[in-house]
Design a protein around this ligand. Sequence first.
Ligand SMILES: [Zn+2]
Length: 186
Amino acid sequence: MPDISFANDSAKPKAELRLCDAADCCEEGAFPAPKSRDNIRDYHYFCLDHVRAYNKQWNYFSGLGGAALEKAIRDASTWERPSWKFGTGGKTAPSPDDFTDVFGFFEEETASPQAARTAQLPAEERAAWAVFAIDPTEDIKAVTKRYKQLVKQHHPDRHHGDQAAEEKLKEINLAYSYLRTKLVSS
Ligand SMILES: [Zn+2]
C-alpha cells in the first residue's frame, strides 16, 4: 500500500465520536480496515463508503507491479488534498460542503452580490469566514461541519506535529469560536 498519512490517532482513547479517516469526511468511522498486510492489527477507521473504496483500492494495488505501482503510489500522494475523492466507489459527487476551491475555478463568483455583502461585514468576521473558506451563512450546522473538516485536515497528528499546522489549527479554533458566538447570539 502507498504510504498515505492519515490521522494517526487510532491508538488513543477518544471520548468523542471517531470520524472516518478519509480526508474531509465527517461520517462516523465505524468500519476498521487494516493499514497493511504486514500489520493487520493496525487499523484505519472509515465510514461505509470509504471502507468500500479503500478495500477496492487495496485490491487494485495488489494487481499492479513495477512501474505501474510506482505511478499509482505517486498519484495516491494527492489523496490528502481537500479535493480527494474516490472515482468509482460510494457517493457519485461530492456535496458542495466537501468542496474547496483549491484551483480558484470559482473565483469569479466572489465578484458577485455575495462578495458585496461579505465586504460589508466587520473585518474580524470577514477574517473568520476567510479562514473557513466558505461564504457567510447563518447555518450553524454548516459552520460546524466545515469546522470539523478543517480540524481533521490541519490536525497536528496528520502533519507530524508541524508548527504551521498547529498555528493554522489555532486560527481555525479562534474563527470557529467567533462565528459560533455570533450565530448563536443572533
Ligand atoms: Zn468516509
